[in-house]
Design a protein around this ligand. Sequence first.
Ligand SMILES: [Zn+2]
Length: 145
Amino acid sequence: MYCPQCRAEFREGFTRCSDCGIELVEVLPPVAPNSSEPAENERPDLASARYFLAWFVPMCVYLLLLFAYSFRPVLFRNIFITVLFISLHIAEVLGMFWMMYQAVRHERRFGRYALLAMVPFMFVWYSLVRVPLRKEFESDSPFIR
Ligand SMILES: [Zn+2]
């Protein structure tokens, strides 16, 4: 038995909380979230799906264009496809160097993040997921500098 107000547990046979004087319940109701932000953090499934797509979609387009460039170079007579590919490629290379710099500068185990940076557009995931996490724990974690 639990008190719904102070959330204290009581042995069987008690019906009222000795402190609050209110009726005890079998099952405690879930804690109401104080604000929307922690509630969002409790749903990593939603957040990670969004962040996953932010990385996955540009990576797929980039790889597709890379394959197209190898097997069907005719496609690149289309100026739109060429410009798209070059833009993605520049973003990819800049992002890779940015992520490597971030890894060497801030991560204690920078090897894995430097390796991850090789994956096309992994820097999108890094900037969305890892950087906020890093900033949150920067002050009191021995693992993140
Ligand atoms: Zn109570």
